[in-house]
Design a protein around this ligand. Sequence first.
Ligand SMILES: [Zn+2]
Length: 194
Amino acid sequence: MVIVGNDPATVEADLVERRLMCPDCLSALVPWGFARERVLKDGLVLRQRRSICPEESCGKTHVLLPEDCLARRHYRAEVIGEVLQDVFVGHKSFEDVARLAGVPPDTVFDWLRCFRRNAVVIARHFARWLAALLPGRALPERRGPAAVHALEMIGAAAKAASLSLRTRPPWSWASKMSGGWLLSNTRSPWPLPD
Ligand SMILES: [Zn+2]
């Protein structure tokens, strides 16, 4: 999985001109067909590009996922992020948030459970991003529940990345910085504890 921009034409040009790198060995990826089409709940059709690493010792294939999406989630990252924010920071009930967002309550419940379960490692992961992007700056201290702190760290890291690298919406940065696996039930992109 490699997170790329939202414009398919730009992604295609980057892939063909070998500007996208294999996350495992940093070789330039080459085109490798398409993954099965996915339709998100808001109607966005994703015809996901696949790529392969030409390096003989690696040879891994990678799906290219647009940055406003998360792996294996059927809603855009921004919708998911706003739901997390409204429940954990806004203290709204998940049933109300689900209704207002037009998302089934079971789906929202799963997002909340997954985020809460990984909140400590998520906060640590984004703290590392923040420290790398703004070296020497003091990191925000945890003042409340782990999930709230994790959201603060995501927000701070995304802001730092938009300032230092290029402007993207915060939840696109969250997707990019977690390799698309921010809310995964089956795979952990998080480093082992120090
Ligand atoms: Zn590789």
